[in-house]
Design a binder for this molecule. Structure first.
Ligand SMILES: CC(C)(COP(=O)(O)OP(=O)(O)OC[C@H]1O[C@@H](n2cnc3c(N)ncnc32)[C@H](O)[C@@H]1OP(=O)(O)O)[C@@H](O)C(=O)NCCC(=O)NCCS
Length: 186
């Protein structure tokens, strides 16, 4: 194959830039749709991910032990969960299972960002419950604040995907961190 001329190469670069701009605009629109479905309260970054995975994390919490800890330490929930998380969990059939899954989510984010306990306060990773209609009703998402958000930015993690599951015995969270779209394109 012959090498492209300078003009062909420039045309290709311009095509790639246009494709990226479309991706950024689509991400912005998706962010505002998600934000609207969450009641307009999420502080979502308007520029999200570009599809490349920069981290994954999984964690499991023993629900029986977690239930005992919550009963033994009344301040535990307020220390590690935001008001929104506590209110969301309070509306589920078993709030303890839901809180255990959210605790697992916070630890899964630590793994996805390559940090351990102490990297950020657990309340700086917040699980939000989708209120939108249809198949995404109740679907969880993540909002990062403070040191957790700063760490995510350093890791170039622009978007997080979260899945939760829980039973009376075990709560599991799985997190995927997607690379941010480069700022220069925003
Ligand atoms: C999603 C669903 C199938 C999970 O049910 P389940 O097996 O009983 O429960 P699991 O323990 O595996 O998962 C519960 C978690 O799933 C998450 N979840 C709830 N709705 C969800 C959805 N629409 N999409 C993704 N995750 C969802 C929540 O985080 C929930 O935990 P929480 O209540 O503590 O926030 C069930 O909630 C459902 O049928 N929801 C109705 C909406 C629907 O039909 N969704 C289809 C998705 S393809």
């Amino acid at each position: 194959m012959t090498a492209p001329t300078a003009r062909q190469a420039a045309a290709r670069r311009s095509g790639a830039d246009t494709a990226r701009q479309i991706l950024v605009e689509t991400a912005r629109q998706a962010a505002s749709l998600v934000d609207a479905s969450l009641g307009g309260t999420a502080q979502l970054d308007p520029v999200l991910g570009d599809g490349a995975i920069v981290g994954i994390g999984v964690d499991a919490v023993d629900v029986v032990r977690f239930r005992e800890i919550l009963a033994r330490r009344p301040g535990f929930a307020a220390r590690f969960f935001t008001d929104t998380e506590q209110a969301d969990a309070g509306r589920t059939p078993d709030p303890v299972e839901s809180l255990a899954a959210r605790f697992a989510a916070k630890e899964a984010v630590m793994k996805a960002l390559g940090t351990g306990l102490g990297g950020f306060a657990l309340t700086e990773v917040e699980v939000r419950r989708g209120t939108g209609p249809g198949a995404t009703a109740g679907a969880p998402s993540l909002v990062l604040h403070g040191a957790a958000a700063a760490l995510a930015a350093r890791c170039q993690a622009g978007r997080f995907h979260l899945s939760l599951t829980h039973t009376t015995e075990l709560a599991v969270a799985f997190v995927v961190a997607e690379r941010s779209v480069p700022c220069s394109l925003s």
